[in-house]
Structure formats: C-alpha cells, structure tokens
Ligand binder design. Sequence first.
Ligand SMILES: [Mn+2]
Length: 273
Amino acid sequence: MSTYIIGDIHGCADELNRLLRKIKFNRLYDKLILAGDLVGRGPASEEVIAQLMEYGDAVVKVLGNHDLKLLATHYGLAAPKKSDRTERLLRSPRAKDYVAWLEDAKFAHWDEGGAVIVVHGGIPLNWPVSQLRKQVKLLEESIAEHGYEWLLRKMYSVGLPDGLSNDFESNLIYTAQALTRVKFVDSNGLMNTSFNCAPGSQPDCLYPWYACRDVKRNAGYKIVFGHWAALGMTISDYYICCDDGCVWGGNLCAVNLDDLSITKVASDHKADA
Ligand SMILES: [Mn+2]
C-alpha cells in the first residue's frame, strides 16, 4: 500500500510500463499521483492514457501545459505541432473518452498523508498555501460550471496576466498558467516564460520560482512538481522535482511517498524535437 508520484510521462508508454513493473504497482492497493504532462512529444500518448484509464481510482492526475495543449487542440483552439505527436490520439475513435478522462484532473493535489502538494509547474511566489487552495477552488469550480473549452478559449486568446488583479477571469487564467508553466520569476515575483533553460543558466534578473519562495508559505508541505527536465529529479527539504527528462533521453521516475525513495527507469528513445 504505497503512494507514488510520477513526473512528466510525455507519451513514453514503454517506460511507464517498465517503471510500474519495477515498483510492483498494484492497482488494488497502491496509488499513483501523476504530476502532469502525461501526453505530448513522446511516441505513445494514446497508449499512456489508455493504460492509465484502466487503473480507475488508483490514479490521480494533475494537469500540465502539454495536457492543456492537447485539450485545446481537441477543441480546435490551438494548432497541433508535429512535435506534439498527439495526432493519432486526437483522431482515435476513443478521443472523446481520453479527453473526458484527462478533464477529470486537478490543477493541484494535496496528499495529506505524505504532506505534499503536487502541481505541474510551480506555485506563484507570494502565495501561501491558503491562497493556493482558494485560487484552485475558484478555478476548478469555474471549470465545473463552464467546462474546459470555456477556460481554454480564454487562455488561448488572452495574454499571460502579470498576477492577480480585480478581474475574476483574468485571475483564473493566471492561476491556470502559473500552476502549469512557471519556471523562472523576476525580482518582483512575476512569472517569466521566455526562458526554458536549466537553473543557473538564466539571466541574472531571473530566479527559479522555488529558490526565492519563502518556505514558511508552504505551511509544512513539500511542493512536488515536474515540468523542468533541465532541473531533473531533485529532492530538497521543501521541494521535489520529479521530472528527469524521460522524453529527452533521461529517466522516468517514481517517488514513493512512504520514504521518498526514488525508482528510475532509463528512457529508450528521444523526442524528435
Ligand atoms: Mn510541462
């Protein structure tokens, strides 16, 4: 009876299978928390979703930017890139089932037993956990009422807001973008999406979001995120990055929340882009 967190699978179905065998995952007793970017870039996004769907309630998924891109493409709101490699999934006779399954996901997941909060990108710099809860609740309630297509239409037509404002819809967009995409922030805590490099290679005016966040705001939780293959699998006192760049030729990792032990399998391919 263990809970595992797995980072960016990115359509790497074979590696996912090997990893689940290696940890002896049992859908009756164990739980998987997926830190987002289940699909995109890798060769077998359809197979990843089809397999995970079979695990029912044993799987909790958090949305990543590539998962949102898939949904936006499905709704005709974003043009698919060849490097997404999601065309087969979207044309599948089961596409609507895959989309419905992916939409039953979260922007942030609290695992109280493991004292972790799982997001895909990160948490806006100044938000205490209480504010994170509030913003995620507003976002998820709005999606429940209006649907993902409604949210994605706004996300793909409005630029990235600087931060929270008095505008309710702008705040929903900011929350969704920040949680799924943040890497670097500037000295004012504003998200900068222009740089996608490893921490340490960014311009001097930017900082990894987790490096300058006041850990008191984490309220005792470790923040677990993926999204940053160039950072790689990292465990620190307050943060865990669980993206070890499988789709780029790195590893797919599972973090066991019982003892924070890490199980890795090596990638057997690289993405084309
Ligand atoms: Mn990502």
